[in-house]
Design a protein around this ligand. Structure first.
Ligand code: GDP
Ligand code: MN
Length: 389
């Protein structure tokens, strides 16, 4: 689960990580009132979406009057914001964060991640933070340093010294850095976050360290012990099909291709997507219906496919090991009666009671194509979707 910047900054404050003062607003009038209440003469209005790249996409604006704050909020709220991280449709902006503008001296990059390769937590840092960090990573990777942490909680002094050096900080700033790093480490550990990223971490002209941006990814498997964080979930930032699928007990991941896939077993589902790709098509989703696929689940899967306007064909690939192919066939036939898919359906059944399953399709007289042989079935699905193969 991801947090919005405004939620992440609220969490940061609880761990003593310094952030600019600000307020969240859901209407332009609230944004104006927030600016007036915060005081000062310059504010920043920031669209709250679960994606970065907002600065380059008009989602972060510096304003010099409360009226200007209201105008920017009016332009952003209720619209979708598209950035290089969102995909073509963008994400809906239901809230803006209004904060007192900071007087930026330097923009640094700092993150703390669960580093799976090293089996520890690692800080990642660069003196060249800000909106061009991806370019720095690609062209000058030596400007980004990774500092692994030892297993015990806390941030040892030598880590602060390494990072202080990477940031080219003077000694008076090192104590502020030490406190920020230990706040960050506690925040990640105690929130069960998998990543916390501050880009930019700034040093103001006055020499103060501030987290100007905040990104937090939480481990979904640990949400059960974080009711306050779990309540910050914003489903509007996700593909609704993924939530519907989760409610129906389906393991579904939306992708951007044209061929909907329904497969039993995660490994077979991955192999099926590879095969589609190999034959020149693109999967519209990953879907593992599970080993105990019921008619209700199959119907729910068809409903999700139906709601996706990009889908041009449906490819069902079932290997009956524990699951019985005739039961799957029964489910698909029932699903058809409830939700006519409106696109060609190609079914590949193999294993337990596959012959019976194929016969049921033939007898149903529904427009379902049964193929024998996985490679041929994938070709049919790709061709039916108008692709190569
Ligand atoms: P992102 O583009 O989605 O990562 O959004 P950020 O929160 O990182 O903001 C993008 C950029 O806006 C930052 O790198 C800053 O250069 C600029 N910015 C954000 N807040 C302020 C501020 O308070 N003052 C000034 N001068 N610039 C800001
Ligand atoms: Mn940023």
């Amino acid at each position: 689960m991801n947090l919005h910047e405004y939620q992440a900054k609220e969490v940061f404050s609880r761990f003593g990580i310094p952030v600019p003062s600000g307020a969240v607003a859901r209407t332009p009038a609230e944004a104006v009132a927030s600016a007036e209440r915060l005081g000062g003469s310059t504010w920043v209005v920031k669209a709250q979406i679960h994606a970065g790249g907002r600065g380059k996409a008009g989602g972060v604006e510096v304003c010099r009057s409360p009226d200007a704050v209201g105008e920017v909020a009016g332009r952003l709220l209720g619209k979708r914001l598209k950035t290089h991280q969102t995909g073509p449709d963008g994400l809906p902006v239901h809230a803006v964060w209004v904060e007192q503008a900071s007087d930026i001296g330097r923009e640094l990059y700092l993150s703390l991640v669960v580093d799976r390769a090293r089996e520890c937590l690692s800080f990642i840092a660069s003196a060249e933070g800000g909106m061009e960090i991806e370019t720095v990573a690609a062209s000058d990777p030596e400007k980004i340093v990774t500092v692994p942490l030892p297993p015990d909680p806390g941030v040892p002094a030598y880590v602060t010294r390494i990072l202080g050096g990477a940031f080219r900080m003077e000694s008076p700033q090192l104590s502020a850095l030490a406190s920020l790093l230990s706040g960050l480490e506690r925040c990640l550990r105690e929130s069960d976050a998998s990543l916390i990223e501050i880009n930019p971490l700034i040093v103001t002209r006055g020499g103060v360290l501030l987290a100007l941006d905040a990104k937090v990814n939480l481990d979904d498997n640990a949400l059960g012990r974080h009711a306050t964080l779990a309540a910050m979930d914003d489903p509007s930032q996700r593909d609704p099909a993924e939530d519907e699928a989760a409610r129906a007990g389906l393991n579904y991941v939306a992708l951007d291709g044209e061929i909907a896939c329904m497969v039993n077993g995660a490994g077979l589902a991955m192999a099926t997507m590879d095969l589609i790709q190999l034959k020149g098509g693109r999967p519209a989703n990953f879907l593992d219906v599970g080993g105990d696929a019921t008619a209700a689940r199959v119907t729910e899967a068809f409903r999700i496919f139906r709601a996706n306007p990009r889908v041009r064909s449906i490819f069902v690939n079932i290997f009956g090991g524990i699951v019985r192919c005739d039961l799957i066939a029964e489910g698909i036939i029932a699903a058809f009666k409830e939700v006519a898919p409106g696109v060609p359906v190609i079914v590949q059944l193999e294993g337990t009671r596959a012959v019976e399953g194929r016969r049921m399709f033939a007898e149903s007289r529904l427009p379902i194509e049964t193929a024998s042989g996985l490679a041929r079935a994938a070709e049919r699905a790709v061709r039916a979707a108008g692709g190569a193969a």
